[in-house]
Design a protein around this ligand. Structure first.
Ligand code: FAD
Ligand code: FES
Length: 266
């Protein structure tokens, strides 16, 4: 059940150029949150900007949650200026979250850029609930945008790095790196990152018969299932024909459900 709360920012730091981690005191949201869910954040009090901004929950603590975000425009720039101690209004947790299979022998988390945001919380939950240690692929354009490597290493997760420019780790894309790890029908892959990355990760998984869940992004107005502004096309029928709301039926989808060709001309 989502709540709307005024939350104190208890930490807010730069973690890479134009990337911040913000921790908010929000025990009620933390108590209800699952990895892969998100919050709608009012980046500044008042009507400008009018819309809240959706942010994945990175980690879930006893008394709060953290967010990891990239500064891309007006809203995230305003948020980046919010100092520790300031109070912001947060609505959450929203969306469905990642399903965690008790019996999956192998889990691989694939993250592109700031798409890593929901993954540390997911890795923690997989270990806690199943006793298994997930493998992690972290991909980015270049070394300085690889986020959370230390966090995963401290949890004991084997981490494979991939960069487009080869500045560190495997030179190439996340999906090529995943292929090298040879997922099979006993593997569950969790992906979050740019759409093209999630689509190619889905293709590798489909070839290998591995199950894949991806956390999709869409521009959101209400974040809570009302405005229909966030719909994506799927391959199955539901109450909205073939459309599904990223904020309500998602943001996490079994990638076999997504009509990836609908993204062809975007
Ligand atoms: C469920 C969900 C979870 C998200 N989690 C995170 C996260 O953990 N960390 C993070 O950095 N970002 C996350 N995003 C994306 C984030 O919401 C946008 O980057 C943010 O809303 C941009 O706001 P802005 O005002 O700074 O940018 P704007 O000035 O509104 O736009 C700047 C650019 O960002 C694009 N953009 C705006 N909103 C979105 C959106 N919702 N999705 C994709 N592109 C967008 C615009 O098309 C434009 O190109 C998430 C989005 C969704 C839907
Ligand atoms: S953002 Fe309004 S329905 Fe999803």
């Amino acid at each position: 059940m989502a709540v709307i709360l005024d939350c104190e920012i208890t930490a807010h730091k730069e973690v890479a150029p134009d990337h911040r981690r913000m921790v908010a005191r929000a025990p009620e949201i933390a108590a209800a949150a699952r990895p892969g869910q998100f919050c709608m954040i009012e980046v500044r009090e008042g009507f400008c900007p009018f819309l809240r901004r959706p942010m994945s929950i990175e980690r879930i603590f006893r008394d709060g949650i953290s967010f990891l975000y990239k500064i891309v425009g007006h809203g995230t720039r305003l948020l980046a200026g919010a100092p520790t101690g300031m109070v912001i209004n947060v609505q959450g947790p929203l969306g469905n979250g990642f399903p965690i299979a008790q019996n999956a022998p192998r889990c691989i988390l694939v993250a592109g850029g700031v798409g890593v945001a929901p993954m540390p919380g997911l890795a923690e939950a997989i270990m806690l609930q199943t006793g298994r240690v997930p493998e992690v692929i972290l991909a980015a354009r270049t070394e300085r945008f690889l986020l959370c490597e230390n966090e995963f290493s401290q949890m004991g997760c084997p981490v494979t790095l991939a960069t487009d420019d080869g500045s560190v780790g495997y030179k190439g894309y996340a999906a090529d790196c995943l292929r090298l790890l040879a997922p099979d029908d006993n593997t569950i892959v969790y992906a979050c990152g740019p759409t093209v990355m999630m689509r190619t990760v889905h293709e590798v998984c489909a070839e290998a018969d591995a199950c894949c869940y991806a956390s999709l992004e869409a521009e959101m107005a209400c974040g809570d299932g009302v405005c229909m502004g966030c719909v994506v096309e799927t391959n199955t029928n539901n109450e909205f024909g073939k459309m599904a709301r990223v904020c309500r039926e998602g943001p996490v989808f079994d990638t076999r459900m997504i009509c990836w060709s609908a993204y062809d001309d975007r």
